[in-house]
Design a protein around this ligand. Structure first.
Ligand code: IMP
Ligand code: MG
Length: 181
């Protein structure tokens, strides 16, 4: 399946499922080499990162503390984006090293909000592993520490990522085709 349509928008394949799985294995290898017997507390940022995280953590042979974060972002007046926390396990983050698991870092608002929020509540160190990173849209000076694929500005779906809750189940990642005149 090279081309798909969701809610009237057209998408082309960007990253095949085979390439994704190879990359997730590589990311796991790199993280495991770095953390060895001292894996940080892993916090999966829902909903988008659930598919990526379950594959990433599948090979863990040791007991690692894993929990979830759910944030809601919405556009306020004058298109200022606001973020509010729906779920965050505040009681377990004090003095912890934390690895945030993200599907995609776009403007970076979510990631940088979470880093600040976790540190405010006593986290020692916060890093991020993200499957996708859009550097051209990123607005902060510190990049995510572990990146799977660097992509362009296009909106993507698949492998957990959605458009209006559609497309999460796709095993490959697709990018929106922007028509150029
Ligand atoms: P941020 O702009 O870095 O804060 O991105 C916040 C969230 O928006 C990400 O975690 C995704 O859930 C969602 N998002 C950003 N870009 C895309 C995309 O291209 N496809 C699907 N979701 C996206
Ligand atoms: Mg996300």
């Amino acid at each position: 399946m090279e081309k798909i349509e969701i809610d009237g928008l057209h998408f082309d394949i960007l990253i095949s499922s085979k390439k994704i799985l190879n990359k997730v294995d590589l990311l796991f290898y790199q993280l495991n080499k770095k953390y060895q017997d001292n894996w940080p507390l892993c916090l999966i940022v829902l909903n988008g990162a659930a598919v990526f995280a379950s594959r990433l953590l599948k090979e863990l042979k040791k007991s690692v503390h894993v929990s979830l974060i759910k944030v809601k972002s919405y556009d306020g007046i004058e298109s200022t984006k606001h973020i509010s926390v729906e779920y965050l396990p505040y009681d377990i983050i004090k003095d912890q090293n934390i690895l945030l698991i993200e599907d995609i870092v776009d403007s970076g608002l979510t990631l940088n909000f979470l880093k600040k929020e976790l540190k405010k509540h006593g986290a020692k160190n916060v890093e991020c592993v993200t499957l996708l990173f859009k550097p051209s849209k990123y607005k902060y000076s510190v990049d995510p520490e572990h990146i799977g694929f660097v992509i362009g500005e296009e909106f993507v779906v698949g492998y957990g990522m959605d458009l209006n809750e559609k497309g999460r189940e796709l095993p490959s990642i697709y990018k929106n085709i922007i028509h150029q005149n």
